[in-house]
Design a protein around this ligand. Structure first.
Ligand code: ADP
Ligand code: ZN
Ligand code: ZN
Length: 689
């Protein structure tokens, strides 16, 4: 008798072990399909990544696949290549990269089991009536392109293979129009387009514009949106529509880089410098960098747009690796806003606001124009202190102050922004019993309060993470600004980005200096980008915009470059500095972070990790001379939620050398970490050090 045929199936699973794992099956299972398999005592969904001729361990121990899920077409080779690249580059097991990119219903075995699962989540989705697409805004006539836009559109349209394009356009220069025209051409040729944006709160306005413009081309169902604010069902729908090619254009945040589009013809990354393209937990990937890789892999163009490109991208353009296209002027208003530095050193300030700023707000109010007051600090005040002794409000679980917040209906409370700890405001000082506790410094809530006292007739609105917590509230608040129901807008970086406010004339910046001396070497770059962005909200439609930046250090190069709207000058200065001090983009970095109850334990683990390449495993680390390993140091915020943290920086002037080192290192680290009982993570190309 012939034994029944056995097919070996290699499956990527989301477990913290190297993997992938071998299973048996009676019939072949196509690569790219999802399967349900037993793993220990659990059942897991995994993705088939190989059909090996022989299994990699003892066939007797290999268990059969439980179910092949064919409710979606198999993921194609290109998608699998992307996941493999991300796993290799970021030093994580393939399954830990691949599975978390799927919408949750596609990776939950329970969604397929039991009577009520009715064929799984995809089948149920098809059964359900699709929610009617949002009605498109009335399509305005598309504007006639100006010369710079025309050149950009033509140049991008003529590209028929991989070429990263840096679209460097000042704020309000009409980059969106360029994306749209480039997308139209690709869509008309029957290919799909991926347009990535940094944040969800930007998508409603853009989504409306895209629908209005592209509906004729792709149909009312041809646009899908993907971001973390969606329900599981909505996300699943966007994913399946993208994979089946029903969605021709996908608008999304960083997660959309993993959307399994099979006919991709163009990727656009708007505000490419934005830090939200970097995932900060789990797989710490850069969606911008993966976009460039994916475009390279597919042989298609990728457009990176920004008024203040990351220095990495700018350096590529300087060296000719990226094609630079410039939009030097504003599309509507003829002029950029005028920038003014207000030297606050000798000024009589009113609640953190200079007479110049208050005067400027008053003038805009008279002219029925809007003002935006920007400060990157939410809450009422960053710390509470005792005026008699040295007591300040500290979080008991973190090395951080608790922030004073005004809460709806419950008066003031203290909150920790690191761990979420909350406490009532003490009636008297816990140290000396004095009752003179006072807020020190100011956040958005306090500024809002003072503005209301100073301008009682003005309609004031605050937009920050606190005022927009409920689903849909950010959208509603922004809509009221657009509708002209607001005179003074107070906000954090949430309001700085992307928005095209028609009536906004004045921007005032309150605590810029606090970012100037941050420890991170990228602080000036971030400050420049953020201030350019927020300044770019002023005078977009009528011109006549004005920006006042309050500072104690007006002579700083960052501020001087801002005055001239001189990104190129700033970049030249900053790149020169980075080169002479040996910092990215002239070197490549990876950061090993360890967490433990006690700093000592974390530090010891890092010391051992640092010594590892020189010990008994030295043979695993050839080319060590090209790698610099720094001393382990505690994090600036040492303790969060009673866990203490330290980090170790690895650096090299050669990316391949660093990659080879990291591959060996991350192979050994789990054993060290197990012995030391620490949690650890390795981040490649860290943004913050
Ligand atoms: P950016 O993204 O570069 O900051 P936007 O794409 O938001 O700028 O464009 C700014 C404004 O200019 C928008 O209101 C847009 O509709 C308008 N606009 C874009 N291109 C043109 C053009 N060629 N003529 C007139 N207005 C334009
Ligand atoms: Zn006291
Ligand atoms: Zn805390």
């Amino acid at each position: 008798m012939i034994p029944p045929a056995v097919c070996w199936v290699r499956v990527a699973l989301d477990v913290p072990l190297p993997g992938p794992f071998d299973y048996r099956s009676e019939a072949p299972v196509a690569i790219g399909l999802r399967v349900i398999v037993p793993f220990g005592r659990r059942k897991l969904i995994g993705v088939v990544v190989d059909n090996p001729a022989e299994p990699s361990y003892d066939p007797k121990q290999i268990r059969p696949i439980e179910e092949v899920l064919d409710d979606l077409p198999p993921f194609d080779e290109a998608w699998l290549r992307l996941a493999r690249f991300a796993a290799d580059y970021y030093q994580r097991p393939l399954g830990e990269v691949m599975l978390p990119t799927l919408p949750p219903p596609l990776r939950k075995p329970t969604a397929y089991q039991g009577k009520r699962s009715a064929g799984g989540p995809v089948a149920r989705l098809d059964g359900r009536k699709r929610k009617a697409a949002r009605a498109p805004a009335a399509a305005d006539e598309p504007p006639a392109l100006n010369d710079a836009q025309r050149t950009a559109v033509d140049t991008i349209g003529a590209l028929d293979s991989f070429k990263p394009v840096l679209l460097h356009g000042v704020t309000g220069s009409g980059k969106t129009e360029v994306y749209l025209r480039a997308a139209e051409k690709v869509l008309a040729a029957g290919r799909q387009v991926l347009l990535m944006v940094p944040e969800i709160n930007l998508t409603p306005q853009l989504e409306g514009a895209l629908r209005a413009r592209l509906e004729a081309l792709v149909g009312s169902d041809g646009l899908a949106v993907m971001h973390s604010g969606l329900s599981d069902g909505e996300r699943l729908q966007a994913w399946t529509r993208a994979q089946r090619g029903q969605a021709r254009m996908l608008l999304g945040t960083r997660m959309s880089i993993f959307a399994p589009m099979t006919e991709l013809g163009l990727i656009v990354v708007d505000e490419e410098h934005d830090a939200s393209y970097k995932q900060q937990d789990g797989l710490r990937y850069s969606a911008r960098d993966l976009a460039v890789w994916r475009a390279h892999d597919l042989g298609i163009p990728v457009v990176l747009g920004s008024a203040t490109p990351s220095l990495e991208t700018w350096q590529h353009a300087e060296r000719g690796r990226y094609l630079r296209l410039s939009l030097p002027g504003r599309a509507r208003a003829s002029s950029l806003p005028s920038m003014r530095l207000v030297d606050t050193r000798r000024l009589q300030m009113k609640q953190g606001m200079s007479p110049q700023l208050l005067d400027a707000i008053g003038q805009r109010l008279e002219r029925k124009e809007q003002s935006l007051i920007f400060l990157n600090r939410r809450g009422y005040s960053p710390v509470l202190h005792c005026q008699s002794c040295a007591w300040v409000s500290n979080c008991p679980r973190c090395t951080a102050f608790t922030v004073l917040h005004r809460t709806e209906g419950r008066g003031h409370r203290l909150q920790c922004h690191h761990c979420g700890y909350q406490a009532p405001v003490p009636r008297a000082c816990p140290e000396c019993g004095d009752q003179d506790l006072a807020p020190m410094g100011r956040g958005t809530q306090r500024v809002e309060e003072h503005l209301a006292e100073l301008f009682p007739e003005a309609r004031i609105l605050r937009i920050d993470a606190d005022s927009t917590r409920r689903k849909g509230s950010a959208e509603a608040l922004f809509a009221s600004v657009h509708a002209g129901e607001v005179d003074i807008l107070v906000g954090t970086q949430m309001v700085a980005k992307g928005h095209d406010f028609a009536r906004l004339g004045l921007v005032g910046v309150l605590n810029a200096d606090s970012m100037l001396f941050a420890h991170d070497f990228r602080a000036p770059e971030r400050l420049f980008a953020q201030l350019m962005q927020v300044a770019g909200r002023a005078g977009r439609h009528q011109g006549n915009g004005e920006v006042l930046i309050q500072t104690n250090y007006p002579e700083q190069p960052v501020y001087q470059a801002l005055l001239r709207h001189d990104y190129a000058g700033f970049a030249r200065h900053a790149l020169h500095e980075r080169e002479s001090t040996g910092l990215p983009p002239f070197v490549y970095q990876a950061l090993l972070t360890a967490e433990a109850r006690e700093l000592k334990v974390a530090q010891e683990f890092l010391e051992r990790a640092r010594a590892l390449p020189e010990g008994e495993w030295a043979a695993d680390f050839p080319g060590l001379d090209a790698i610099m390993l720094y001393d382990p140091v505690p994090l600036r915020v040492l303790r969060v939620a009673n866990i203490e943290r330290a980090q170790l920086l690895a650096e090299s002037s050669s990316r391949p050398a660093l990659q080879a080192f990291l591959a060996s290192w991350s192979h050994h680290l789990p054993y060290l970490a197990n012995e030391a009982r620490v949690r650890w993570q390795l981040e490649v190309d860290p943004l913050e050090i």
